[in-house]
Design a protein around this ligand. Sequence first.
Ligand SMILES: Cc1cc2nc3c(=O)[nH]c(=O)nc-3n(C[C@H](O)[C@H](O)[C@H](O)COP(=O)(O)OP(=O)(O)OC[C@H]3O[C@@H](n4cnc5c(N)ncnc54)[C@H](O)[C@@H]3O)c2cc1C
Length: 430
Amino acid sequence: MTNISRRTLLKSSAATAAGVVAAGALTTASASSKRVVIVGGGIGGATAAQYLKKMDSSIDVTIVEANKDYYTCFMSNEVLSGERTLESIHFTYEKLVAKGIKVVFDQVTGIDAKAQTVSTAGGKSLGYDRCIVSPGVDFKYDKVEGYSAEVSNTSIPHAWKAGPQTAMLRKQLEEMKDGGTVVICPPGNPFRCPPGPYERVSQIASYLKEHKPNSKIVVLDPKEKFSKFGLFMDGWKRHYGYGTDKSLIKWIKKSEGGTVTKVDVASKTVTCEAGTFKADVLNIIPFQKAGKIAFTAGLTNDKGWCPIDHKTFESKIHKNIHVVGDSAIASPLPKSAYAANSEAKVCAAAVASLLNGVEMVEPSWVNTCYSVIAPGDGISVAMVYAYKDGKIIKVKGSGGLTGAYDAELRKREVLYAHSWFANITADVFG
Ligand SMILES: Cc1cc2nc3c(=O)[nH]c(=O)nc-3n(C[C@H](O)[C@H](O)[C@H](O)COP(=O)(O)OP(=O)(O)OC[C@H]3O[C@@H](n4cnc5c(N)ncnc54)[C@H](O)[C@@H]3O)c2cc1C
């Protein structure tokens, strides 16, 4: 491939990074001396791998991923309500391998920025020219006395990484008696998927309304407000009697003492200023920080997230290492799968440009977050982002929130949500 044709490809790919489909695959005869190792094969990592290969097939792309099975967090709240199965959010890596991407199932234990190597628990050492890190989030268990990773795996799941904990939480909801209390404790900002805890409240409320109508949900929140606040409140009133004596949902915010500080694991009782609350089913979603390997590799700042250049996603701490997805500080982009997917495309364009010695073009990003409040009642928030003066900015007038209630439109939002799920998972794992 000539430099000119590669440059053209990179430009067109980056320009469409915000969209679902980038430029088509190209083949090249040039020998590969361009090694990219990707740490974490979730949404950010798998997208980056796919798009690097599409942009320049001569790049040697290796993903190192801890698990053979990936369960999407998005739509996992529908598993909790019984709307879909766990299998429907399960993805594997065969299709990536078929496209020439190397996938190593192992835990990355270190990244040596000087030697440019990635080391694994299985004893491998992989050299790279550029490394892309997308390890998702880790949890600050110590914010709630008595809670821990072990407790989350055995009796009080956070289910904020989809998979076995999602199945455990679903089983607990199924086994709960009618008239039981579900206590949900969302985290403080910033965290993965800002509307996620409230979509979860809605989905569980929908299940209880139909199957266990005498039950209640208590939400103990360390925040005053949350994403799509007005739309959720409106939906909770419409479907779950919110604000009345018969409300299925009680939401206790920070100023009402909603910040949970302690849990008694045996009795599933949590303590906050508002009082003590005994749950039949307890879901503590811990405060969050960058994925563990980001700390080990020295990629985090004092707030526990990874500072990056907003155009290339290269770490501001270590050269030749890029960070995308939830671990990266890419605000105003949210910590969402759609944003991780969009960031990974821009990062892939940057890495392919850098490896080929061509200039990176102006990037742009897109994000939409759907939430289904009740069957046939979907809402969304959308935004397009641009790059200006070294920063990611929101494009004024783009996107926005779902408008006032309109039954037909709300049904369509649910269809859009499900078709978005099909499209993004095909883009990432297909
Ligand atoms: C309940 C819920 C609902 C959500 N709904 C939506 C939604 O509707 N829309 C939306 O856009 N987003 C949604 N999200 C957010 C979305 O799931 C995340 O933002 C997205 O997965 C982030 O991608 P990532 O690549 O940063 O992390 P992940 O997708 O979590 O990928 C990280 C990967 O890295 C691997 N890994 C980590 N450390 C290592 C290591 N040391 N060695 C090897 N592998 C490692 C992990 O195994 C994992 O596969 C939701 C999240 C939750 C919890």
